[in-house]
Design a protein around this ligand. Structure first.
Ligand code: NAD
Length: 279
């Protein structure tokens, strides 16, 4: 029978463990989120991050800046937070207004406070097998995969999508777990056949219900990162859940799969950063 991976329950357990760790060890982790502009979705995400962080005992603050904030002012704010010993995690909510260079902003964050794991130093550390702050979404996927499968060694993993935020760091994490990893993308030929070889299939594309039953090997574990809004207003993933789920050993639903784990992993990264900076 297919195991529908309950990301909500998994994330609740992880958040409870983080809260317990903070209390037990007397940690005082601080997280500051910077939000530039008025994008309504970003405001919702940031409010959720703030609430989840404060609930586990992280001192979370949000700095809201107007949409026309000059890049230099944002960089100045980051420099202040880099030097603030009470702040262990700095997160700049993306996307940024068009006049600001996202890479310049991300790379201005002190790497050990880069709880999103997007800084080029963290990407490089992860790619070379060093301790790194890892992007929250792939970290959550990796935790769920290890929970379902235990040892991932030798398994064939296919990741669809090669973004810096999800696809590439996901592939690195799977490689670290000794999987044989294929990264598929928009130019991949015979995508269905490539996917059908996968023991682990991670879809991070942004195309509603793209992955069909004949793309999936019997007994595969499928992680659906995609979040797509359908015409009826409901959310769906990149995987056609109704037809794929019966073939799988386990699968994440959308919503309620990867999404809740992403925020829980931000809290985990903040505690990791707090411990590293304190040592
Ligand atoms: P992105 O647009 O940066 O990357 C999409 C990737 O998909 C690209 O690498 C591209 O090559 C590939 N792609 C596009 N069309 C394809 C096709 N027809 N066949 C194969 N590959 C194709 O997106 P992203 O930031 O990596 O996010 C991917 C999806 O995951 C989006 O739906 C996003 O909303 C979702 N997401 C969810 C969470 C979460 O917390 N659940 C977090 C981040 C992203």
């Amino acid at each position: 029978m297919t195991n529908i991976i309950d990301g909500k329950a998994f994330a609740a357990k992880l958040r409870a463990e983080i809260a317990e760790e903070i209390k037990r060890d007397g940690l005082k982790p601080g997280l500051t989120v910077i939000l530039v502009g008025d994008d309504p979705a970003s405001h919702v995400y940031v409010a959720n991050k703030d609430k989840a962080a404060n609930e586990v005992g992280i001192n979370a603050k949000t700095i809201k800046l107007p949409a026309d904030t000059p890049e230099a002012d944002l960089l100045g704010k980051i420099a202040e937070l880099n030097n603030d010993s009470a702040v262990h995690g700095i997160l700049v909510q993306l996307p940024l207004p068009k006049h600001i260079d996202e890479n310049a902003v991300i790379n201005a964050i002190f790497p050990d406070k880069d709880v999103d794991g997007f800084h080029v130093i963290n990407a490089g550390r992860a790619a070379t097998g060093q301790d790194a702050l890892v992007p929250c979404t792939p970290l959550g996927c990796s935790l769920m995969l290890k929970d379902v499968l235990g040892d991932l060694s030798g398994l064939n993993a296919v990741v669809i999508g090669r973004s810096n935020i999800v696809g590439k760091p996901m592939a690195n994490l799977l490689l670290k777990e000794n999987c044989t990893v294929t990264i598929a993308h928009s130019r991949t030929k015979n995508l269905a056949e490539v996917c059908a070889q996968a023991d682990i299939l991670v879809a991070a594309v942004g195309r509603p219900k793209m992955v069909k039953a004949n793309w999936v090997k019997d007994g595969a574990v499928v992680i659906d990162v995609g979040i797509n809004r359908q015409d009826d207003g409901k959310l769906c993933g990149d995987v056609d859940f109704a037809e794929v789920a019966p073939k799988c050993k386990a699968i994440t639903p959308v919503p309620g799969g990867v999404g809740p784990m992403t925020i829980a992993c931000l809290l985990k990264n903040t505690v990791t950063a707090c411990r590293r900076i304190a040592n």
